[in-house]
Structures are given as C-alpha cells and as structure tokens.
Design a protein around this ligand. Sequence first.
Ligand SMILES: Nc1ncnc2c1ncn2[C@@H]1O[C@H](COP(=O)(O)OP(=O)(O)O)[C@@H](O)[C@H]1O
Ligand SMILES: [Mg+2]
Length: 230
Amino acid sequence: MIVVKDVTKRFMSGKEPFWALRGVDLEIKEGEFIAICGKSGSGKSTLLNIMGSLDKPTSGNVIIDDLDLNSLSQKKLAEYRNKVIGFVFQSFYLEPGYTVYDNVALPLILAGSVGKSNHQKVEEALKKVNLLHKIKAKANTLSGGEQQRVAIARAIINNPKYIFADEPCGNLDNLNSENIMQILKTLHQNGKTIIMVTHDQEDAKKADKIYTMTDGKIINCVLSEEKEVA
Ligand SMILES: Nc1ncnc2c1ncn2[C@@H]1O[C@H](COP(=O)(O)OP(=O)(O)O)[C@@H](O)[C@H]1O
Ligand SMILES: [Mg+2]
C-alpha cells in the first residue's frame, strides 16, 4: 500500500517560490490501478515522481508498505526503487545506441545480477510485451510504440510490485496507445499495482479509480464506472 500524507512541493522559479503540490493525501491499495488526470501544470508528474521516490517532498510523507521514504538515504532509496518500482515515461528514456536486450537488462545489472538467468528474465519480459523478435535490435531502430514496449519490459524486469507510468501513451498514435493500455491492463490483472498519469479520458477509464488534480491538489476521485466515491 502507498500512503501519501499531506505532501507539498515547492519549487523556486527565480526568486519566487512556486507550490506545485499543496497538500496531497492519497491511499493506493495493493493491486489497484489508478489514473491521475488533470490539466498540464496541475502537479501530476511532480506527485508521481515523489510517490515513486525520484523526488523528495518539501513537507509530508510517502509511506510504501510501512516504509517512510523520508527515512531512507539516497543510496538505500535507489536500491529500494530498483527493486520495488518500475517506471514508464512519455518519452521512453531508452539508451538509443544499446540493443533491446541491454536496455531491458539494465535494472538487473544495477541490482547486481549477472549470468544466464538474466537472459531468461529478459526473454520473459519481452514476451509479455510481444517483442521477443526485436531482442537484438538497437533501440533507435524501433518505432515509438515498440520503444514504449521495451520501456515496459525494462520496468517489469525486476518484478516490481508497483508500476508508475507518466503519460505512457502521450507520444503514441491510437493503435499503439491501445496496445500499451492493454499491456498495462494485463499487468494489473496479474497483480501489479499501477499508478498512471494521463490526460486522456479514455485511457483513464481503464483504471479502477480516477483522481483529478487541479493546482497541486487532488480535487476529485471517481470509480471508473463513473460512480462517485463516498
Ligand atoms: N523542477 C522544477 N522547477 C520549477 N518548477 C517546476 C519544476 N517541476 C515542475 N515545476 C512546475 O510545477 C508545476 C507542476 O508541474 P508538473 O508536475 O510537471 O505538472 P503536470 O505533470 O501536471 O503537467 C508546473 O507549473 C511546473 O512548471
Ligand atoms: Mg507531467
């Protein structure tokens, strides 16, 4: 479970402070698939990055499975993140000159895993995104949709409990978006907890719950059957 308690985030833009998050409270239960919607600049990525331990809150706490992220050193945080969380971003962030294999294997290597078992794990992850046939291709020879599937394979290679996806379909056409959403849905059905930022209402409906952010706050939560949450 992820508990977000009264989280704020202040950025300095010039001399003026800017509050990107103004007190966010949120609970995400194990096995949920949630979508975070809201206009550009409302604080979605800031919140996702803080929940995923990529950034620190100015105040407040993020507690993942009873562990308060504020209590971890940068080094411990990086280890924890690599084991427990998989990230997918709008712009894929693959190493363009590396092969698909090397991109997907990277988190294993960071976790200190070497040897034959890596190959098997990479193959399994690539099967899940239907890209095993591209294992030897260079990342920069793939289409956008294929690159995002590689990014998802990389995100799941360490079998993380949580998957954070920030506008995973933001750079993709409809067909590729549907494909990516189907992969996320299947991961969810297989037990992953998924936290996805999107501005696409149709994609958001694939989630169990849709949270809406405005000006650094969560202002609304609906079940995706359009039912209001009490
Ligand atoms: N590193 C930063 N420095 C200064 N301002 C930032 C930084 N990151 C985000 N912001 C500001 O915080 C607000 C929220 O940003 P963000 O979380 O990226 O919004 P969203 O993902 O909803 O579009 C925006 O106004 C943005 O300009
Ligand atoms: Mg964003």
